[in-house]
Structures are given as C-alpha cells and as structure tokens.
Design a protein around this ligand. Structure first.
Ligand code: DGJ
Length: 728
C-alpha cells in the first residue's frame, strides 16, 4: 500500500517509488500539509510541521490547542478570514454568510484509483497500480462536505488530486470557487516555469523567479488556450534538465483554469490549480455534489528531464485510451496547406495516389468538404457533403482513397456554427449568447452552446452520421474560436455563471459518446493548432495538432516546450512547403523532415510538386520514420540543448529496453569559424557499446555521454541526426 495513516501521530504518508507526500491532522481538526519531495521516512512532527504566531494574524484556539491558520501549511485552504493567503474554496450560504470552516472528519484508503464522473482523469488497468485516499472535511455549521481525493501511483512518481463538494445541508449553497488542489511550501526559493504563447507560437517556456505576491496563469477564453497552458512547474533556482527539485502541476481540463503561486509575508509559497473562478459559480442544491477536475502532480529530484519522462509515461499509458494508445501512429498527408478550400475529388485523389507511392499511410481531407464551404465564412454546423466538390460524397471518396492502399481521414469542427448556415437559420438560440447583446464573431463563427443536452445530441448525431457513412479511419476535431458573451438560453438567471463549465461537461460527454462508438478511428484534436493541447483532450483523443505553425525553426521551440509535459506520441508534426506559409522562411527538406520526425510524422504540402530528387528524399524519410517510430513514439525523451538558450537545439529518444536511440541536432544560423560542437547523449548505459548506424563506427556509452560526437554543419537551418543501436 502506498498510503499509510499513523494514528498515534495523525499523519498520512503517501509514497511513490521516489517521493513522499505527508499531511497531518493538526489539533484534531485542521489538515496541515507537511512535506512533498524526495522519499523520506516519516519525520518528527515537532520538527517538520510548524505552527507559529505571526503578528496581525488571527489565532484559533480551543481545548485541542492553538492554531495559526495564516502560518500553517494548509492542505486545502479555506481562507475565511484567518488565513489571508489565497483560498481554494469560496461559497455563499443561504443566509449570505461566506465563511467555510473545514474540519477534518474521516478518511478512507482504497486499492485502485478513483475516477471522476463526467470528467477525464488518469486511470489504472489494475487496482495494484495505484491507491486512493479520500479525506473528508466538513463545515459543521452548514453541513458542507469536501472530499479531497488522492491517487497515488505505485510505479510512477505521480500523485493526482481532485475534489468533490457535497451539500449535505438543508439549503442551496452557491460555490464561487473550488480549485482542485493547493500545495503549500515552506520556502519561496523557486523559479516558476510556465508554457505561454499565442496562435502559431504555442508553449514557449518562460522561467521567472518567485517574488512576493501572486504570480499566476489562467485562461478566461473557454478553452485551455494557446496563450497559457494549464501546466506549471516550481523548480529549485539551480534546477536544470538533470539536477534539482522540480514540482510539476498539470490540470486535466480543457476550459477556463487558474493556477499560480503566492509568496506570503514570511516567504512561504502556496501553489493552486483548478477551474477558474472568473465568471464561475455553481448552485449546489441540497444533496448534490460538484466535482473539481484532476491535477496531476509530479515531483523529481533529478531535474526537469526526469519530471517530463514521468509525465510522458503516465500520459502515454494511463491517460490516453483506445486502440492507438498501444499502436504506432500512421504517417499522414493532410491537404490543408496543399489546397486550403480549393479542391475537388480529382485533386484529393491525386494527392492520395502520390501519398501511397511515397509510403504515406493515411490521407486526411481537411476543412471545406461540407455545406457550401469554399471559404471560412459559412456552413459550420451543416455536416453534409458538398457534392459539387465531391460528387460521390465522402463514402465514394474514402473508397477510392482506400483503393490506393491507404486510409482515409476527415476534418470536423463540430463545436461551432456559422451565422451563414442552415443550422443557425433554424436554431438561432443554439449558440452561446446573451439576449439583446451583440453576437461577436471570430473567424465568422459562433460557438454552439454545449451546456445544452439537445445541442450535444445534435453534434453526436451529425458527426456519427458521417463517420458511419464511409470508411473513415481518422478524425481531426478542430475548434477555431474562443468564447464571448457567455450565456445560455437554457439556464436560469442564477445558473448563468455555470455555462463555461457546463460547456466542458457537454463537450466531454460528446467526446465520450463519439469516441467510444468508433473505437477503430484515430482521433486528433486541434484548436487553431495547439490551442487546446491539454490532458483533458488527450483522454479522449490520443494526439493533438501541435501548432498551425509548421516552420521547422519555429517548431523547435514549440515541440521542445510542449515536451515539458506532453509526450512525443501526442504531438502532430508535419513537413510543409517552403517558403513556409506562416513564417516565410525557407528551410531544407532535411531539417523539416528531421524536426517533424520528432513527433507524429506527416506531410502537409502539395505532394505533386516534388521534384524527382525531393521525392527520393521524402521516400527515404518515410522509410526511416517507419523504422524509428516504435521507439520515438513510446520511448524516453531526453532534451539535450534548449532552443530557448541558444542557436542549437538537440533531443534524443531511447527505446524502453535501451537498445535503440535516435537523436536530432538542429542549428538555426550558421556560424563562420565556429567552436567545436558535440552532441552529448544521455540515458545510455555507460558500460555498453553503441553502433552508429550507417557509419560503421562503435563507441562506448560513457564516451557518447561524456565526450559526445562531433557535429559539423555548414549553412543556415541545418540538422544532423544519429541513429544508434546497442551492441553486445
Ligand atoms: C485550423 C487548423 O489548425 C488547421 O490545421 C486547419 O484544419 C484549419 N483550421 C481549417 O480551417
């Protein structure tokens, strides 16, 4: 059992292979946080769990002793005027009072991991893989019960948390804030790492020292967003890829979130993460419960690299589901950057034939196949085929593509409606809107109100009708705007602030229904590229289109940053045309191929424009990726050189058995008369020898890791890859 309760000392000790997480029931009432970090034996509590007076901070005292909530490290902070740091929960009771006083009541330890009704979460396949701790806190006056859920993995350094609030009182309660976790640290000697950006520039790593006050990230956009990912790390100031304590937090949720760190007056730090309380409230009627989504917490005492590999393994094996969790992902060609809206059946079949000749395994037809959509200004919601472009419909097109020996995939944007669509003309109240106010469009579209059951049913039916009408093996599920004028025609006035979260619950319900009834389809999520790259979406769809920016240089930062939390097998990465459509840059076909191979590989350009020489190079790339993908997609990743720190980027992948290695080294700009550049590998076995495939050379693991291999590159936008095999 990874969870123990010491009754005498009133201590919970959660342990994973290399970490400990310790809490104490303090003065019989308060749940205090004691420690999270490298594995230790249970410590002496007088030493480990401090409770001291601070001037101008209230004291609660009773027959059990004295408690200074503003000082004590809290496990789930209620504020209520005695702890002035940021609270995790706020509520308004029927009498207008707002004090939530949560006292420890009981606990339960169970084998296996909890699941969350209607919400995505990491899972186990066997109860022996994890244990669950449920700690019940109660506001005795109002009978509000708060269950803190902990999932503790036995073979991974992962602790997950979630919260259930149950109204056992006699009257309605309005929840104004329920975050999923807070973790208090005794110190503020940390850097705060976040993944920020914009459309086309997603998940760049930013690192800043903590300072007094609040540093936070959030989304108010109705999606996890391109701008700030629901992921943050606290890292020792000197921590790097291989060294130092780092603490990762990732929310398994795809909507509005809040996360951050507050450094208080005595330089302690409180981290929180959960649903954003901005424009949120939830009316909890008597007997009802509210569940806050899961936070996945990973501690590593061996730096960021180890933390990422833990997230990668967990997400690859116990977050994503379905047949493609354990299967290699197909190499695809997507017609978007090849044709945009300007295609017909002949053009698509031409691409399919060419794709098949090159060894590509799947042809994806992107936007523009339905309604009268020849540009982005109409037809979303009208999910029937445009027979002018595709006379035989999707059924015939898929059949003809299959005749070339490759699979067929299709694009949808089911959460949206165009004002110029039959759907909108019929159901003007099906979109998110506030009566009498402007309905502001973005990309000429409005967002469907997925807080409504009838709208969700329509979406499931519309998508399923198409999926069931043809041999479709892949779906790209896109979403191209953020929410505005939040309101639902179906919700009463006192529930309007529930809309954004109800949308997410509706979306998750749709995804569960569509995905589970089409188990053989590979789903890839997308939101203008990587605008909803989060663990919530990955639970339903095992891969995400990483970014609309396909420029090889730009992708170094995007893919490197994304890998801080998310595994390679979740990242779509395509070779596109030059000059690149987003950046205007001309990079070599080799570099474009090498960068895209560090993800789920594909092509997104007019395959018919290749010269014979390029065709031969592309065929070789495809053959190479087929050989490498088993371990690129499922092996361990080591980041070797950061694009955020210099001109050179490098990373490598190693198979689980350690026998196969692939490394990429990328140089953005040429330096004349440069110093010596070497690629120093990581994660190899010091005592083994490795053959450099294609070079008839062998080196020992210790040489490869400590001396490294020389990389000589000439010219801008260059790359060099190494394929190693362990030899006896
Ligand atoms: C945004 C996506 O990110 C693109 O790849 C493409 O599918 C377009 N939408 C289509 O409208």
């Amino acid at each position: 059992m990874s969870i123990a309760f010491d009754n005498e000392q009133q201590i919970f000790h959660l342990s994973t292979p290399k970490t400990s997480y310790i809490m104490k029931v303090f003065n019989k009432r308060y749940l205090a946080h004691v420690y999270w970090g490298k594995k230790i034996k249970t410590p002496d509590m007088d030493n480990a769990c401090l409770n001291r007076f601070i001037c101008f901070s209230p004291v609660t005292s009773d027959e059990n002793g004295v408690n200074v909530p503003d000082f004590l490290c809290q496990e789930y902070a209620t504020g209520c005027g005695t702890d002035y740091r940021i609270p995790s929960i706020s509520a308004v009771y029927e009498d207008g009072s707002r004090t939530v006083e949560l006292w420890f009541e009981s606990y339960e330890i169970k084998k296996g991991k909890y699941s969350l009704k209607g919400l995505p979460a990491t899972y186990t396949e066997d109860d022996s893989e994890a244990d669950t701790l449920v700690i019940t806190l109660r506001d005795r006056l109002k009978n509000l019960k708060v269950e803190l859920l902990y999932g503790v993995y036995n073979n991974l350094d992962v602790i997950t948390r979630a919260v259930r609030v149950i109204n056992s009182g006699d009257a309605d309660v309005i929840l104004e804030k329920v975050v999923s976790a807070n973790v208090d640290f005794e110190t503020a000697d940390f850097d705060f790492l976040q993944l920020s950006g914009a459309w086309g520039r997603e998940r760049h790593i930013e690192r800043n020292p903590l300072r007094s006050g609040i540093q936070s990230i959030e989304s108010r956009r109705g999606a996890s967003s391109h701008q700030l990912n629901p992921f943050m790390v606290l890292a020792d100031k000197k921590a790097d890829e291989d060294y130092g304590n780092v603490y990762g937090f990732n929310l398994v949720y795809s909507g509005n979130f809040t996360a951050g760190a507050e450094v208080d007056q005595i330089f302690k730090t409180r981290v929180w993460m959960g649903i954003n309380d901005y424009d949120f409230s939830w009316k909890l009627e008597k007997g009802q419960e509210f569940t806050a989504p899961e936070v996945v917490m990973v501690h590593s005492s061996e730096g960021l690299g180890e933390m990422s590999r833990t997230y990668h393994k967990l997400y690859r094996t116990r977050l994503v589901r379905g047949k493609y969790r354990d299967e290699v992902r197909p190499i695809l060609a997507n017609n978007w950057e090849a044709t945009y809206f300007d295609f017909n059946e002949e053009k698509i079949l031409g691409l399919a034939k060419e794709a098949a000749d090159l060894g590509i395994e799947l042809l994806v037809l992107d936007d523009g196949w339905f309604g009268k959509r020849n540009s982005d200004n109409c037809s979303l919601g009208d999910w029937y085929v445009n027979e002018e472009k595709l006379p035989g419909g999707i059924t015939e097109l898929a059949r003809k593509v299959n005749e070339y020996g490759i699979k067929f995939g299709l694009w949808f944007e089911p959460e949206m409606v165009s004002p110029d669509s039959d759907l909108y003309r019929k159901h003007r109240d099906w979109c998110i809107h506030v009566p009498g106010r402007s309905r502001n469009e973005c990309r000429f579209q409005l967002t469907l109100d997925l807080s409504r059951k009838d709208v969700c049913d329509y979406v499931v039916e519309a998508v399923s009708n198409i999926l069931d009408s043809a041999n479709i093996s892949y779906v790209k599920w896109d979403m191209n705007r953020h929410m505005s004028e939040l309101g639902s025609a179906m919700l009463p006035a006192d529930r309007q602030k529930e809309m954004a979260h109800r949308y997410m619950l509706g979306l998750y319900d749709i995804l569960e229904r569509v995905v589970s009834s089409h188990p053989d389809v590979l789903f890839e999520s997308c939101s203008g590229g990587g605008g909803r790259f989060d663990p919530g979406m990955l639970y339903y769809m095992p891969q995400t289109w990483t970014s609309d920016d396909t420029d090889a240089v730009e992708r170094l930062k995007i893919q490197y940053g994304t890998s801080l939390a998310y595994p390679i097998s979740t990242m779509g990465a395509h070779v596109s045309a030059v000059p690149n459509h987003q950046a205007g840059r001309v990079t070599s076909l080799k570099m474009r191929g090498d960068v895209a191979m560090s993800g789920n590989f594909g092509y997104e350009l007019d395959l018919m424009n290749f010269t014979d020489e390029e065709k031969a190079e592309v065929k070789a790339q495809i053959a190479q990726y087929k050989e490498l993908r088993t371990f690129i997609q499922s092996g361990d990743m080591y980041r070797l050189l950061s694009p955020f720190e210099g001109n050179n980027t490098a990373w490598m992948f190693i198979s689980e058995d350690g026998n196969d290695v692939f490394a990429g080294y990328f140089r953005v700009l040429c330096q004349v008369n440069p110093g010596i550049s070497r690629l120093k590998f990581k994660g190899l076995s010091e005592d083994s020898n490795y053959e450099v495939v294609g070079e008839d050379k062998k080196y020992s693991g210790d040489e490869l890791m400590n001396i490294g291999l020389v990389v000589d590159l000439y010219g801008d936008y260059m790359s060099r890859t190494f394929r190693l095999k362990k030899v006896k």
